[in-house]
Design a protein around this ligand. Structure first.
Ligand code: CA
Length: 190
């Protein structure tokens, strides 16, 4: 009888301990979940702040430069080598401008006419630095729109960067990459 009583007390004790342990586990997981929620919330707010900053920067670019379908262009004030020009555009969240169609080439040319004053041409984000004769964009991806001037490109391995002329239908020529030229950065609008 005493043994049975002891066993039932033991059973109750085990049950209470199990229940307490379960409760404390649940509390711990709840507070852990709270921290996760808070972290997620902070991450979300950071992403929102950053995208607002990007939007504001884009608006500044678009207001200072010009806006065409899904792109904003902003002309450089000074002339730089192709690499320095591209790095400058990247630092501001863009790339060297790349006309992807005759419509874009026309928009870019009319903007260049009023913004890149005193220059005959400007760098665009096209080069054949990696493989001679294979012209790609600044990300190394193949391009489908070309607007070469007559007899261009003709610089061989000496000229691996591309300029668009401001006159003559914005025709392209290859150039020595170290040459300092004006340039226009482009920014994609989300
Ligand atoms: Ca070349």
């Amino acid at each position: 009888m005493a043994a049975a009583k002891l066993l039932s007390i033991l059973c109750i004790a085990v049950a209470v301990i199990t229940l307490t342990a379960a409760q404390s586990r649940s509390k711990a997981s709840k507070s852990g979940k709270g921290k996760d929620d808070l972290r997620n919330e902070i991450d979300k707010l950071w992403r929102e702040v950053n995208s607002l900053k990007e939007m504001q920067a884009l608006q500044t670019v678009c207001l200072k430069g010009t806006k065409i379908h899904k792109k904003c262009y902003l002309a450089s004030k000074s002339a730089k080598s192709y690499h320095a020009a591209n790095e400058d555009c990247i630092a501001q969240g863009g790339t060297l401008s790349i006309p992807r169609s005759s419509d874009e080439a026309n928009s870019l040319r009319s903007y260049a006419k009023k913004s890149v004053t005193g220059a005959r041409e400007f760098w665009i984000g096209v080069n054949d630095m990696t493989t001679e004769g294979k012209f790609v964009d600044v990300n190394g991806l193949p391009i489908t729109y070309f607007n070469w001037d007559r007899n261009e490109p003709r610089g061989g391995t000496r000229e691996n960067c591309v300029v668009a002329s401001i006159n003559s239908q914005s025709k392209w020529s290859d150039e020595v990459c170290r040459t300092e030229k004006r340039y226009i950065c482009e920014y994609l609008i989300p």
